[in-house]
Design a protein around this ligand. Structure first.
Ligand code: 5GP
Length: 201
């Protein structure tokens, strides 16, 4: 999919852990050359198969603190007991090259990004079809302990209190439909008058 955009924006995607944000967003990012995944920093350990610099920049607590002190982060937050953050430099590099950075981050971070970038953010919140289905998906992943699943479900309830900050809602029940809906948002956003430098004629 080609997006015709003169003024790139920040694409912010949030939603509870286990809702399927990754599988919703990744194909769209790969399919659209103007989108690029913004790789966050985290203090959590890599999961099996994760590569440093691809899924995350895996850094130590001390390094994270140092980057916070240097003002390197647009936003950062404690998520499920670990720290996660988005660096200014990463987001700005995308915008400067005319591309759209995709931020898959939690709502605490999302609210900070909305504060910082204001109208330059297109924000999408992804809902699960039900709490039962969310728990089922978390268990099916097989990467989390019972304790971690309980924490993620508890945090999901907290996240839902902040959804009014987001511009678009998608319910990820049928993944094909959810992907089509995300694509529709991108197409519509690319057609906005204020994304063009000059009228086409
Ligand atoms: P996971 O550890 O399962 O990869 O991610 C846990 C949660 O952290 C997800 O909801 C994800 O969206 C969020 N997350 C990932 N990167 C960032 C970030 O840079 N900042 C914030 N605030 N949350 C993040």
């Amino acid at each position: 999919m080609e997006l015709n955009i003169a003024h790139p924006y920040v694409l912010l995607i949030s939603g509870p852990s286990g809702v399927g944000k990754g599988t919703l967003v990744q194909p769209t990012v790969l399919d659209c050359p103007q989108l690029g995944f913004s790789v966050s920093c985290t203090t959590r350990d890599p999961r099996e198969g994760e590569v440093d610099g691809r899924e995350y920049h895996f850094i130590s607590d001390a390094e994270f603190t140092q980057q916070v002190d240097q003002g390197a982060f647009v936003e950062w937050a404690h998520v499920h007991g670990r720290r996660y953050g988005t660096r200014h430099a990463d987001v700005e590099a995308f915008l400067a090259s005319g591309r759209i950075p995709v931020l898959d981050i939690d709502v605490q971070g999302g609210v900070q990004v909305l504060d910082y970038y204001g109208d330059r953010v297109v924000s999408v919140f992804v809902f699960p079809p039900s709490w039962e289905e969310l728990e089922r998906r978390l268990r099916k992943r097989g990467t989390e302990s019972d304790e971690s699943i309980a924490l993620r479900l508890e945090n999901a309830h907290d996240e839902l209190t902040q959804v009014h900050h987001y511009g678009y809602y998608i319910v990820n029940d049928d993944s094909e439909l959810a992907r089509a809906q995300l694509g529709a948002i991108l197409v519509a956003e690319g057609l906005r008058r204020d994304r063009w430098i000059d009228p086409p004629l």
